[in-house]
Design a protein around this ligand. Structure first.
Ligand SMILES: *Cc1c(COP(=O)(O)O)cnc(C)c1O
Length: 384
């Protein structure tokens, strides 16, 4: 590990917690049963494990177990939510409302639906990364099928006013879907109280395995979703395919742990995050993006003025952080999130996201700050 860069990219993915791995292992070998094999004990064991996990996931997010649909991850949950709604539309409803700073899983799903006749309204955000609630309300029309606004932004950690959005949607009788992938396990919330219709989650962002996630579909919602995958009728027909039992077990365990650790972990990481921001700000001409509004405790998105963004990552080899968004190609493009918040291409390009996590230590933070400060000072010298 010693030659590896310091990992400060927990928003991209997290390692599997050792307790999670331990919980999963039996389900690869001795408890390998198919959760749909209701005729024998192998199946019962698997089914029991899936039931337990469904409860663990539901408990973390304040849902009921029968509101959880397991998917292969948040991307699939988002596709199921958005395409699923569009494909059951009635009358001439075809409008969907989202915002410019969403994850690509939402933006690309919307772009795909546009080809099938959906009219997408992309709400703008202010320089804090927040949508305007009046804009949202004015954008709702009798044709609106769904409002899709993320809970916590993956690049800045900024939290949208999810409760207020839910109330506006309720008032107008429009379903509300939120991509809550980055919020789950990081800040407390209770979907049962939030009055929204659907939410997407992913296991590998909270110390569970990759390739498993969930769509929350509220029981009280009158929503009908058209399934995207057929065959066998698993997950109440919403998502067919043999259940990924080890993945589901890991996801459940990860949710249980996240719930137990949430308060202490977020406090510890917020202190480390604040320290990073304070020490980087001493460089001068540094901007913390989304600093003002409520945001996730473990995330910091920092822009450095007067540096050549294209040279930044080369000098930051000692730290694993993310810059811009490496989309379809290996070419790094300036972040669409930062640009939507009003940053120039140039400043967006000389910005980095630091996201801390369960295994981040004080010592690592100290070293990382040193590396980043050194890099910025060197790049600024070059521009003189
Ligand atoms: C990671 C992420 C996704 C995609 O999740 P996968 O499970 O990897 O498909 C979607 N939305 C947000 C906000 C994310 O951070």
């Amino acid at each position: 590990m010693s030659n590896q860069p310091i990992y400060l990219d927990y928003n991209a993915t997290t390692p599997v917690d050792e307790h999670v791995l331990e919980a999963m292992l039996p389900y690869f070998k001795e408890k390998f049963g198919n959760a749909s094999s209701i005729q024998h004990a192998y199946g019962w064991d698997a089914e029991e494990a899936v039931d337990r996990s469904r409860e663990q996931v539901a408990t973390l997010i304040g849902a009921r177990p029968n509101e959880i649909i397991f998917t292969s991850g948040a991307t699939e949950a988002i596709n199921l939510a958005l395409k699923g709604i569009f494909e059951t539309r009635q009358d001439n409803k075809n409008q969907m409302i989202t915002c410019e700073t969403e994850h690509k899983a939402v933006l690309d799903s919307c772009a795909e639906l546009e080809k099938s006749g959906a009219k997408i309204t992309y709400l703008k955000v202010d320089d804090n990364g927040l949508i305007n609630l009046e804009n949202l309300e004015q954008s709702i029309t009798p044709q609106t099928l769904v409002v899709s606004i993320m809970y916590a932004n993956n690049e800045t950690g900024v939290l949208q006013p999810i409760q207020e959005i839910a109330e506006i949607c309720k008032k107008h009788g429009v379903p509300f879907f939120t991509d809550a992938t980055q919020a789950a396990g990081k800040i407390p919330f209770n979907l049962g109280e939030l009055n929204l219709d659907m939410a997407a989650f992913s296991s590998h962002k909270l110390y569970g395995p990759k390739g498993i996630g969930a769509l929350y579909l509220c029981k009280d919602s009158s929503l009908h979703l058209h399934p995207q995958i057929f065959g066998g009728g698993h997950e109440r027909g919403y998502r067919s395919g043999t259940l990924n039992v080890p993945g589901i077990v890991g996801f459940g365990k990860a949710c249980e742990l996240a719930g137990e650790l949430l308060v202490s972990e977020s406090e510890r990481l917020q202190n480390l995050r604040n320290r990073i921001e304070k020490e980087l700000s001493q460089l001068g001409s540094v901007k913390v993006n989304g600093e003002k509004p409520e945001r996730l405790p473990h995330v910091s998105n920092v822009s450095f003025h007067d540096v050549e963004g294209s040279k930044l990552m080369r000098l930051l080899k000692g730290v694993a952080v993310s810059q811009g968004s490496a989309c379809n190609s290996s070419v790094i493009e300036p972040s669409h999130v930062l640009k939507a918040m009003g940053l120039s291409d140039r400043l967006a390009y000389s910005s980095i996201r630091l996201s801390l996590g369960r295994y981040t230590t004080d010592e690592e933070v100290g070293k990382a700050v040193q590396i980043i400060r050194g890099a910025i000072e060197q790049l600024r010298m070059q521009l003189l």
